[in-house]
Design a protein around this ligand. Structure first.
Ligand code: SAH
Length: 396
């Protein structure tokens, strides 16, 4: 059969559960001479139909699935309707005063490898898979139809793109070039600095929207430490919530400069915040040695666990910053701590924080759990897409 992928014996279980990835190890023949971007039919070892997907010869994820229904046609209309359906789902969030929203969330919206964020009148797309690369034209056309007044910018410069053998591609697709920094309304109250062209990812971390609002509620008269601050999001909300002082720590001067402009743009008091360009590990150690205390410590590190082989080291990293962070929290204060590693699930994360508290010698308990905001939709059969978890921990 042409363009058919046959799985090894008993390797069909995850596809029967509609998990969207087929790993190279599951294939009967790993060295198929199929071009990148070929639409394939995946069948079990016995030849039973499992689904349709797109082949990527260089990636560990050899096939990304687009449908498990034999009658579905894999074509432009399918992608167009999935994009429109995804945008429709975000209407409530926009109506609640958010001008920065994730319109398409990859596997969560049945579009594996496509991220689309909208910041005011700028739509930013990021394509990280061969599966979505073949639909480039329809993706662009659909957004032109949906948002004719907007500008479309591309930030396809992710590591996973390189793993697929695709080169980086960034730039204006249609409309205007975005300014270096724009300010985007969040939860009807704060304007977040976003750097579309040179910032991380597509320009901002929209996934922390609800948790930033939560930080506001913990900030009245608080001394706040905002670690891995990026463009200062948590710090802006803390100031809005009445924080006495906010220390923002990050290694990126670009991000810290944008953070400073965010304070001015929101008419918040620059005298109550500090921007410190330093490695968080070193900064935390210094503060512990100096006996400094804060009422609220926020730890929102980058993804420490990139793959299963560095998971153990990543856990050690999380434990270290949380041990130090907990030592800095005054009695009665809070630690807001996060992990955005898909490989660290909620149970493992809680265990890491429990071990960190033991090592720090503090009594602490979980007040509430936090997670990626709703527009970062989770694929039911793919728990890896529930990647961002957080805990509000009280030091007793
Ligand atoms: N909390 C932010 C997002 C954080 S992203 C928000 O709400 O928008 C992670 C940040 O950690 C990035 O800005 C990156 O520059 C910074 N970073 C990574 N490693 C670091 C380190 N060792 N020390 C300080 N900052 C670091």
């Amino acid at each position: 059969m042409q363009n058919t992928i046959i799985l090894k014996e008993s390797r069909e279980k995850s596809l029967l559960r509609h998990h969207p990835w087929v790993f190279s190890k599951a294939l009967e023949n790993e060295d198929l001479k199929l071009d990148r971007g070929t639409i394939v039919t995946v069948v079990s070892h016995e030849g039973a139909f499992l689904g349709y997907g797109v082949y990527s010869p260089k990636s560990q994820i050899r096939v990304r699935m687009l449908s498990f229904d034999e009658n579905t046609k894999i074509n432009d209309e399918l992608i167009d309707s999935r994009i429109k359906n995804a945008c429709d789902l975000r209407k409530n969030l926009i109506a609640r005063g958010n001008d920065g929203v994730r319109l398409v969330s990859s596997e969560g919206d049945f579009l594996p490898g496509l991220i689309v964020d909208k910041y005011n009148e700028f739509i930013v797309i990021s394509i990280s898979s061969s599966c979505m690369e073949i639909f480039y034209d329809v993706i662009c056309n659909t957004f032109k139809e949906l948002y004719p007044e907007a500008s479309l910018y591309e930030r396809s410069d992710t590591k996973s793109r390189l793993k697929e053998g695709l080169s980086e591609r960034c730039g204006v697709i249609f409309g205007k070039e975005p300014p270096e920094v724009i300010y985007v309304k969040e939860n009807n109250e704060i304007y977040m600095p976003v750097e579309i062209m040179h910032g991380h990812k597509t320009g901002a971390y929209l996934d922390q929207r609800q948790s930033r609002l939560h930080a506001k509620s913990l900030s009245k008269n608080a001394r706040v430490l905002n670690c891995f601050s990026y463009t200062g999001g948590f710090g802006l909300w803390a100031l809005k919530g009445g924080a006495k002082s906010v220390d923002n720590i990050d290694v990126s001067s670009l991000a810290l400069n944008a953070a400073k402009t965010g304070v001015a743009f929101n008419h918040l008091d620059p005298g109550r915040c500090h921007f410190i360009k330093e490695d968080v590990f070193a900064f935390l150690r210094k503060q512990v040695e100096a006996g400094i205390k804060y009422d609220l410590v926020i730890l929102d590190p980058p993804k420490f666990a990139e793959n299963a082989s560095n998971l153990k080291r990543a856990c050690r990293g999380y434990q270290d910053i949380n041990r130090l962070g907990l030592k800095l929290v005054a009695k009665g204060g809070r630690l807001l701590t996060f992990s955005c590693s898909g490989l660290v699930d909620s149970n493992l994360f809680q265990k890491i924080i429990a071990d960190a508290a033991l090592e720090a010698g503090v009594e602490a308990s979980v007040i509430t759990t936090l997670r990626q905001d709703d527009d970062h939709v989770v694929s039911l059969p793919c728990p890896e897409t529930f990647y961002l978890k957080g805990l509000e921990v009280a030091v007793r």
